[in-house]
Design a binder for this molecule. Structure first.
Ligand code: MF3
Ligand code: CO
Length: 248
């Protein structure tokens, strides 16, 4: 069942989204060679709690940290720890908050120091793929139009989209209906209506789309160990067009 949000609920989700984006800005400013992924997690958790909110991921299905930090061939759900970021890495950071009962969910891939051309292109293609997906989140379109827009753009640039993980509706729960694959044919699935709120989150690999989960049971890596990037925004479908809630 897809839960439509009222104007008041959208205003509350805007604040959750704003705090998520502000947390990203704080963490992004700390990303540099030499920093541990655990210290990025600590920074995020402190900032979120200082703003009367809760890190959404902590304890979710037993997840042990506040944010996900996925480096290089890691796709999503990397667990922060003692790993030290180094020059040339790319780091995907996924942050969720709960503020006044509503969730915000946002991911970005950041460069660490000087990165390769391939890594730069991957980040740029994934960021634009998210924009293409968001642009398809308009009243009257169907859910699969979003994934189709993402997949066409990514594959036209010789990269691939992850199939095993998808975007989702979001609101008073982190994961609500509908699921939002980043691939597929246009014109299928539920029709988009005003008041729907969607977390659109393309995961893009330089190589093949296949992924595997490491023995920590969380970290998802590309099967061919090629680089991967992840961009996610929480977006409201409105009569006036898609509105990105996860911005400052
Ligand atoms: N953005 C991810 C999602 O939509 C975050 C979940 S990470 C977890 O599911 F650790 F909470 F599982
Ligand atoms: Co999400």
């Amino acid at each position: 069942m897809i839960i439509l949000k009222s104007e008041d609920e959208l205003r509350a989700m805007r604040e959750a989204g704003r705090l998520t984006a502000l947390t990203h800005a704080v963490v992004a400013a700390a990303v540099r060679p030499g920093i541990t992924t655990a210290s990025l997690d600590a920074l995020a958790e402190e900032f979120i709690r200082d703003h009367s909110a809760i890190p959404a991921f902590k304890g979710y299905n037993g997840y042990p940290a506040s944010i996900c930090v996925s480096v290089n061939e890691e796709v999503v759900h990397g667990i922060p720890g003692a790993r030290v970021l180094k020059d040339g890495d790319i780091v995907s950071i996924d942050i969720g908050v709960v503020l006044d009962g509503f969730y915000g969910d946002m991911a970005r891939t950041y460069p660490v120091g000087e990165i390769s051309r391939e890594a730069e292109q991957l980040i740029s293609v994934t960021e634009t793929a998210l924009k293409k997906g968001i642009a398809a989140a308009v009243v009257g379109n169907r859910v699969s139009d979003i994934g189709h827009a993402v997949q066409s753009y990514v594959e036209a640039h010789g990269m691939s989209v992850v199939r095993d993980f998808v975007g989702h509706g979001i609101g008073r729960q982190m994961h609500e209906d509908p699921q939002i694959p980043n691939f597929g044919r246009p014109g299928y699935g539920p029709r988009l209506k005003p008041g729907m709120v969607l977390a659109i989150e393309p995961m893009v690999n330089v190589g093949g789309w296949e992924v595997v989960v490491l023995s920590d049971n969380w970290t998802v890596v590309t099967a061919d160990r090629s680089l991967s990037a992840h961009f996610e925004d929480t977006v409201a479908v409105t009569e006036g067009g898609p509105f990105i809630l996860t911005q400052a």
